[in-house]
Write a protein that binds this ligand. Sequence first.
Ligand code: ATP
Ligand code: MG
Length: 559
Amino acid sequence: MSSNTPVSAAPVSNFIRTIIDGDLASGKHSSIVTRFPPEPNGYLHVGHAKSICLNFGLAKDYNGKCNLRFDDTNPEKENAEYAQSIQDDVRWLGFQWNGEVRWASDYFDALYDFAVELINKGLAYVDDLTPEQMREYRGTLTQPGRNSPNRDRSVAENLDLFRRMKAGEFADGAMVLRAKIDMSSPNINLRDPVIYRIKRAHHIRTGDKWCIYPMYDYTHCISDALEGITHSICTLEFEDHRPLYDWVLDNITIPCHPRQYEFSRLELHYTITSKRKLLQLVNEKKVSGWDDPRMPTISGMRRRGYTPEGIREFAKRIGVSKSENIVDMAIMEGAIREDLELRAPRVMAIINPLKVTITNADGAQTREADFHPNMPELGKRVVPFSKDLFIEADDFAEVPPAGWKRLTLGGEIRLRHSYVMRCDEAVKDATGKVVELKCSIDHDTLGKNPEGRKVKGVIHFLSKEHALPAEIRLYDRLFTVPEPDADRDVDFCTHLNPASLTVVQGWVEAAVRDAAPETRYQFERLGYFVTDRRDHQPGGKLVFNRTVTLRDSWAKEQA
Ligand code: ATP
Ligand code: MG
């Protein structure tokens, strides 16, 4: 099926590719090694998908390698469930990392030894200022910092204190190891940054072996170098950290010096891309979990029915640059829709049924119909017809608006894959609501046009006795405003869309009865749907999630 996806073969160039092309042409590198370095402190989201597509995509296109490395330096926030979900997500997106999964904690011994090297060179010192003093000495954006009174401790004393920090002789937070760089640097990251802290926390991999943990900036560059990464690609907020990245590697004995390049992070309108806030949604039960189909997580998008091909195409369309990358959800939805259009089998379903009784059904025939107009290989199924039908309630209007092409009293429409039908009577309940239509078919219109008149409208339907009940979950955007977390003073949760999930009991064609979880369909005229990964039971309780509507209804509403 993948040969039918719109995913084009040619990569789109960007400034990172230009750099790589130059490095390969000059012989600086003969092949490239990238890495994707998530912290296992949450599920990955759509922004990470961009980074994954970039790092793994470059490795693939250039015949290089991409490592998956967990940045596991904050033991309290990290857990094995997150680490597992991240691996599942990367693979589901269609990528495979080079060799084994790597962990920054694999390098804890090496990182300790490099710290000792820095101390020996007089380039790191143990400081026991309180956090408040530390802040005060650091200065501000406009004021230079001041040297800590501990900055000139002897090498011997620093070695002794650092060893005792490691041995657990001091309380958490009592002291830190700092790189000795420049307290008056205009770049605050260079004002003697902390590189080790004391923290008694159980680590998912090293257990209680360590009570000191290296800081991210110090760990990251060394991990990159130890793995022989050629191009270390990260988001723009690390631009000001690059001098520290380089300083560490320039001052330890390590044969490799990767280069860091920054690109702008993806932000998507109508959603949020902050792990902390996504965790808040999960903890406060605003959603059913990390994989709630409304979540912008990779597992949420997967459960929603997004395809890996569609997400990769989205990543390609938004590109890679250093300029602001706020993207409208419509771009994602468009990429998903285009991918599904070409490969999802099409069937009929009814979300809001209105009963139709055919008064002249005797002798009516059924027809076979293709699952996809352009993909005969997807096969056919019978579309049953009988006296009792369901149509979509809003396909009938007693008082039709101008330009109405659907059903009205006395009017005719084509039933998809079936007969031309005329509505003869609308039956109402005591409140005046239409509860049933009495209609008749033109027996001479199965598979051919009616004689002497044109029937323009086509509506979908189901034969009541053949249809199967299904739970249909209609998802919409999670937030009602494009930038839910733009205003710091307003809790982003106040912008949650109360209509982001509507569950209805609908009906589907029997042809989908045995569909496995994660099977995608187009429900004609209604949108793309997927059988739910968790709750759908083939042959049993059928549960469909709406992935995306057939058209961009938000654009219309706002126009
Ligand atoms: P935090 O570090 O606050 O937990 P994070 O989103 O940076 O959150 P990481 O696990 O550190 O999470 O991210 C892994 C990689 O994904 C990093 O290289 C990061 O730059 C990249 N990344 C994270 N968010 C985005 C985004 N919105 N757009 C593009 N890349 C992103
Ligand atoms: Mg991060």
